[in-house]
Design a protein around this ligand. Structure first.
Ligand SMILES: [Zn+2]
Ligand SMILES: [Zn+2]
Length: 175
């Protein structure tokens, strides 16, 4: 096996993961907060645990990846690398969005510093505005600096929760 036999799959898998972050952010902004709001709405409303209609988006992506695994395994191998990239991105999405931010796993871990804290706070700010319009930060793995996002929220007309990005013990006491 030559070096290229190794390099091509690695570059294709890494490229697909990077592309998926762009595509996820784009579709979150333009589809889920657009004509696809019907499913995504469930994720922006308070509810008691369990599944959300919004989880169907993950199912759609998973079905697409399974299809690519099939075609890639039997007909055209490059599609296999793309399928692996999409699957890796799926795990990243579950780890960051469902796990880290929304705590849908059976333990509590709130990141206190660095990149993880920034991703966590950025997505909390995504949920700071009620409803479909006026939201910021649509990505899941990459996040803009938190002060930039707060500025964007200040520059849109809707009211928003100014403490959304803070964890419970960092909020100013209510009075
Ligand atoms: Zn959203
Ligand atoms: Zn969310």
């Amino acid at each position: 096996m030559g070096f290229l036999d190794f390099l091509v799959p690695v570059v294709m898998i890494a490229g697909t993961v990077a592309f998926m972050e762009w595509f996820a952010a784009w579709s979150h902004e333009h589809i889920m907060h657009g004509w696809g709001w019907g499913w995504h709405k469930s994720h922006h409303e308070p509810h008691e645990g369990g599944l959300e209609l919004n989880d169907l988006y993950a199912v759609v992506f998973a079905c697409f990846a399974i299809g690519l695994f099939y075609v890639g395994s039997f007909y055209w191998q490059p599609l296999l690398w793309i399928a692996i990239g999409i699957t890796i991105y799926g795990f990243l999405y579950f780890f960051f969005h469902d796990g880290l931010v929304h705590q849908r796993w059976p333990f509590k871990y709130i990141p206190r510093k660095g990149y993880l804290k920034r991703v966590y706070q950025a997505h909390r700010l995504h949920h700071a505005v009620k409803g479909k319009e006026g939201c910021v930060s649509f990505g899941f793995v990459y996040a803009e600096p938190v002060d930039k996002l707060v500025k964007k929220l200040d520059n849109q007309p809707k009211p928003y929760d100014k403490t959304a990005h803070l964890d419970d013990d960092e909020r100013p006491a209510l009075h």
